[in-house]
Write a protein that binds this ligand. Sequence first.
Ligand code: CTP
Ligand code: CA
Length: 223
Amino acid sequence: EADLESKMPLKGKKILITAGPTYEAIDPVRFISNHSSGKMGFDIANAAADLGAEVILISGPTHLKVQGSRIKLVPVVSAQQMYDACHQYFNNVDVAIAAAAVADYRPKNIADQKIKKTEANFTIALEKTKDILASLGEIKKNQFLIGFALETENEIEHAKQKIIKKNLDLIVLNSLQDEGAGFGKLTNKVTFIDKNFNIEPMALKSKEAVATDILNKIIAHYA
Ligand code: CTP
Ligand code: CA
């Protein structure tokens, strides 16, 4: 029994995970999005379930599948839908991990009909989407809140600012510097920064291994 316990260190924990891109509609047939595959979030979800956690995986459009009965997949399309789903579940979870690449802007107006190519030049007015992670940081009670940061300059400084702005316990800084890392790749090069600004650079490794590292941080938090 003690052995089973040691293999299931997240048993009894509920973990909310966001994953994938969001699609922000322009008209009935077009949208704005990004290259997120959803793999990092799905890898975290599968690893967390393997460690005994109950997972709510709120994901934008992706082709990935989840394994096992401990993961509840909540499919969403837009940033607003992801925001609503996160707020539906957040009060009831122990941990939330924001691995989604949420669109920062969306078209101010969605055309009812397909936009015709009548104009020589065409501009789409955009407005900011809600910052889902920051909104969770504002209402969090005991939840352990983990965010990601994607930066191309002043990485550490920008990531620290995100910890403060979004009231995070831990941030996973994604380095695009390395050719093997990032969107559409199987590997990531990350640096962990906790709320006390302890900095821990990790080696380039598979997204599965990064997922395990993140879950080990959660296990350590509850140990
Ligand atoms: N995030 C979110 N909702 C948004 C934007 C971002 O929940 N509308 C989350 C992401 O899932 C990630 C973290 O916030 O965990 C940081 O995302 P990132 O794009 O690096 O930062 P932003 O706050 O969007 O700032 P910027 O893109 O300007 O660097
Ligand atoms: Ca962003």
